[in-house]
Ligand binder design. Structure first.
Ligand SMILES: Cc1ncc(C[n+]2csc(CCOP(=O)(O)OP(=O)(O)O)c2C)c(N)n1
Ligand SMILES: [Mg+2]
Length: 329
C-alpha cells in the first residue's frame, strides 16, 4: 500500500475534524479495552478487533444521513460505535451480560440496533452482502432515498454470493454501497496469495457497476469517496463499489499466532500511516487544536470506555429463562 501523508489543508471544518478524531479514538480505546477484558477472561468466544481500520467506518459515516443502513461482518464493534450505538451496550454484550444489545446472548458477532439502522454483525463470511442488497431493495420499494452500506473484507470478496448480489443489485438499480475493507489479510492469508487481479473493486465492471479504490488510512479521503458513492446511489443510479485499502494492527481474532506477517510490516504501518495520528497532525499543524485540547478529548474518551467496562462487569448474566426468549422455534 502506498505511503502518503495527509494533505495539510483539508476541506472540512474544525468541528468535523475534531469529531472524526474523537470517533476514531473511541473505537481505538474501546477495542483496546475489549482486548484487555478478553485477556482477563471476561469475554469468551470469538472477538475480532478493528484497531487500525477506524478511518474506514468513521469516514463513511460522515457521508451518511439519518435513515441510511449499515451491516458488516464479525469485525463489527467499530461500526456499531460509529453509527451511534452505546458503548455500554456493546461492551456488555461482549461480556455476555443482560445489559448488552442482544441481552448477552449474541456476543461479539451478533448485535443489532433498529434505532441506529445497524443490521449486524454476521459470522458467515460474505453472508451480509446479499442481505445488504435486500435492505436496499426495501428502500427502493418504499420510495425513499436511503442507502445501505454493506461492508465486507478482501477475503469475502472471493465469495460467489458477492457476484450474484452484484448482478441483481445492478439489474434492479439498488441503492447499495459495497464497501470492501481490504485490510490485506483474510485470517492468515495475504491478499497477494489469494487474489491475482490487482484490484477488487474493478470486478464490478463485469456487471456494469462503478466504483473506485480509496486510501482507507485517510479519513478525509474516505469521506470524499463516500460522498461520491452516496450521491450516485441517492440519484437512483444503482450500486457503487468502494475498495477501501486499510490495515488491521491486531491479529485476525484474539487467537491468532500472527506468523504470516512480520512485526516490521505492522510497525511501519503504525508509525507511518496511522489514521488517528494523521488527523492529530492535521489538527495541530493547522492550529485547529492544541495539545491540551486533544488531551481533554483523550480523557473524555477514556471515561466513556471505562464506564462501558464497569457497566459490562456489573450487569448480571442473563437469567436461565432467557434461553427460551427471542427464538423462532
Ligand atoms: C463461509 C465462511 N467460510 C470461512 C469462514 C472462516 N473465516 C472467518 S473470517 C475469515 C477470513 C475473512 O477475511 P476478510 O473477508 O478479509 O475479513 P477480515 O477478517 O480481514 O476483516 C474466514 C475464512 C467463515 N466464517 N465463513
Ligand atoms: Mg481482510
Amino acid at each position: 500500500m502506498a505511503t502518503k501523508k495527509p494533505e495539510a489543508k483539508p476541506n472540512v471544518s474544525r468541528d468535523d475534524l475534531l469529531k472524526y478524531y474523537r470517533d476514531m479514538l473511541l473505537i481505538r480505546r474501546f477495542e483496546e479495552k475489549a482486548g484487555q477484558l478478553y485477556g482477563m477472561g471476561l469475554i469468551g468466544g470469538f472477538c475480532h478487533l478493528y484497531i487500525g481500520q477506524e478511518a474506514v467506518v468513521v469516514g463513511l459515516e460522515a457521508a451518511a444521513k439519518d435513515g441510511d443502513k449499515r451491516l458488516t461482518s464479525y469485525r463489527d464493534h467499530g461500526h456499531m460505535l460509529a453509527c451511534g450505538m452505546d458503548a455500554k451496550g456493546v461492551m456488555a454484550e461482549l461480556t455476555g451480560r443482560i445489559g448488552g444489545y442482544s441481552k448477552g446472548k449474541g456476543g461479539s458477532m451478533h448485535m443489532f440496533s433498529k434505532e441506529k439502522h445497524f443490521y449486524g454483525g454476521h459470522g458467515i463470511v460474505g453472508a451480509q452482502v446479499p442481505l445488504g442488497a435486500g435492505l436496499a431493495f426495501a428502500d427502493k420499494y418504499n420510495g425513499n432515498d436511503n442507502v445501505t452500506f454493506t461492508y465486507f473484507g478482501d477475503g469475502a470478496a472471493n465469495q460467489g454470493q458477492v457476484y450474484e448480489t452484484y448482478n441483481m443489485a445492478q439489474l434492479w438499480d439498488l441503492p447499495v454501497i459495497f464497501v470492501i475493507e481490504n485490510n490485506q489479510y483474510a485470517m492468515g492469508t495475504s491478499v497477494k496469495r489469494s487474489t491475482k487481479s490487482p484490484s477488487l473493486w474493478e470486478r464490478g465492471a463485469a456487471y456494469g457497476i462503478k466504483g473506485e479504490a480509496v486510501d482507507g488510512m485517510d479519513v478525509l479521503a474516505v469521506k470524499a469517496a463516500g460522498e461520491k458513492a452516496v450521491a450516485h446511489c441517492r440519484a437512483g443510479l444503482g450500486p457503487y463499489i468502494l475498495e477501501v485499502n486499510t490495515y488491521r494492527y491486531r491479529g485476525h481474532s484474539m487467537s491468532d499466532p500472527a506468523k504470516y506477517r512480520s512485526r516490521d510490516e505492522v510497525e511501519k504501518m503504525k508509525s507511518e500511516r496511522d489514521p488517528i495520528e494523521n488527523v492529530r497532525e492535521l489538527l495541530l499543524q493547522g492550529g485547529h487544536a492544541t495539545d491540551d485540547d486533544l488531551k481533554a478529548i483523550d480523557k473524555e474518551i477514556k471515561a466513556i470506555v471505562n464506564e462501558s467496562a464497569e457497566f459490562a462487569k456489573e450487569s448480571p448474566e442473563p437469567d436461565l429463562s432467557e434461553l427460551w426468549t427471542d427464538i423462532y422455534a
